[in-house]
Design a protein around this ligand. Structure first.
Ligand code: SF4
Ligand code: SF4
Length: 373
């Protein structure tokens, strides 16, 4: 009976919203309509088979050259998603995993060591393409109605692809509140220069310095050598060196390092992320899969991300990037018995990402969650 109700609701949703993914992909604005209600599919059990099943449920059957945007996990990170989860999807689509090099010092800074780390983490059964390995291209965004950027810098090999599956680990992030599909696009396709432009103003604050236990965690994990003890052994940040990566925020056991611009829903950094995401979202057809597992307050760029603060929730998929982020956020909040789990855990709300993305008409916050059994 339950199965019958689900099938019936699927039919009703399809007819009322008029989803036909293949038609819509000719013009991104058609599937990013603020006035509509988007469908977000949900499967509770996180398995490789269900990742493929939910991709098929979206109704997209990408042809041509497909990239699966993924995060290979920082060296030492334990929370990144198991690569085997993507195996049936990679085999079915014949896609490559795509990524870009990062801004900070470490194995993911350069193409050869980045690919070697990915393989060490188990990403061995599909091709890997680092999209900025041959440089970057500049895109003029002056006619896009942005608040912040007139130009953006992206990995030049982005344009070699016909379409993308944005496969994101939905979890916390020190500066962005959470990292999901929007952040995976924004930082994940930007060249290091583009990443720097997005981070530019985010030098963290140091408060209650008397609580510092001199553990040096922040200094050891700063990729820009920006933290130091002054001559009185007081912890300091050199703003000229800081690249705003937020790693130190996650590393401080005393929580005395905090984001500089903690204004829920109006954060400049969040808006910058969204503007970058907008450029990619409108440049190629894309569909979105969020995996809600290993949800800690820190991202997969952190070598020592903390343990998850809530239980695994499931897999979500949608053709609407705003809807899938809102649904993911809502499910994590519900699982953590609050309105904003990331605000509760790290003091940073990421809701501004979703709100600004809707303002830019990337999609809608109104969604219907369709559970697939
Ligand atoms: S945010 Fe913190 S860890 Fe990152 S560069 Fe600045 S001081 Fe270093
Ligand atoms: S991580 Fe925190 S407690 Fe440790 S040295 Fe840095 S500021 Fe002090």
């Amino acid at each position: 009976m339950r199965k019958l109700i689900l099938i019936a609701s699927l039919i009703i949703i399809y007819s009322s919203v008029g989803v036909n993914a293949n038609q819509n992909y000719n013009n991104p604005s058609h599937y990013s309509n603020n006035d509509s209600v988007a469908i977000v599919y949900f499967i509770k059990e996180i398995t490789p088979e269900n990742v493929l099943k939910i991709y098929k449920a979206i109704g997209v059957d990408f042809k041509g050259k497909t990239g699966v945007k993924i995060h290979f996990g920082e060296d030492g990170n334990k929370n990144f998603l198991n690569p085997l989860l993507t195996k049936p999807l990679m085999e079915y689509t014949g896609a490559s995993w795509v990524e870009t090099n990062v801004l900070y010092v470490g194995k993911r800074r350069f193409t050869d060591t980045h690919i070697a780390l990915a393989k060490k983490h188990g990403f061995t059964f599909s091709p890997i393409d680092i999209l900025d390995s041959e440089g970057e291209i500049d895109i003029n965004t002056e006619n896009m109605g942005f608040k912040h950027f007139k130009r953006v810098k992206i990995g030049s090999k982005f344009d070699n692809y016909d379409n993308f599956i944005i496969y994101s680990h939905f979890k916390g992030h020190g500066s962005a509140g959470f990292g999901g599909a929007i952040k995976n696009l924004a930082m994940g396709f930007a060249s290091p220069g583009g990443k720097m432009a997005q981070h530019a103003s985010e030098v963290p604050m140091l408060s209650n310095k008397e609580k510092c236990n001199k553990c040096s965690n922040c200094i050891k994990n700063c990729p820009a050598d920006a933290l130091f003890f002054d001559s009185d052994s007081v912890i300091m940040i050199n703003p000229d060196k800081c690249i705003g990566c937020a790693k130190c925020i996650a590393e401080c056991p005393k929580k005395i390092i905090t984001p500089s611009n903690n204004r829920p829903q109006t954060n400049v950094f969040l808006e910058r992320l969204v503007e970058y995401a907008y450029v990619f979202h409108n440049r190629r057809p894309m569909t979105y899969i969020n995996v809600l597992a290993n949800i800690s307050s820190s991202c997969d760029c952190s070598a020592r991300a903390p343990l998850p603060f809530t239980q695994d929730i499931g897999i979500l998929a949608s053709n609407d990037i705003v809807a899938i982020e809102q649904a993911s956020h809502d499910l994590v909040a519900k699982g953590h018995n609050c309105d904003d789990a990331f605000l509760k855990e790290s003091g940073v709300s990421g809701l501004g990402q979703i709100i600004y993305a809707e303002e830019l008409k990337m999609g809608t916050r109104k969604y219907i969650l369709v559970e697939i059994k």
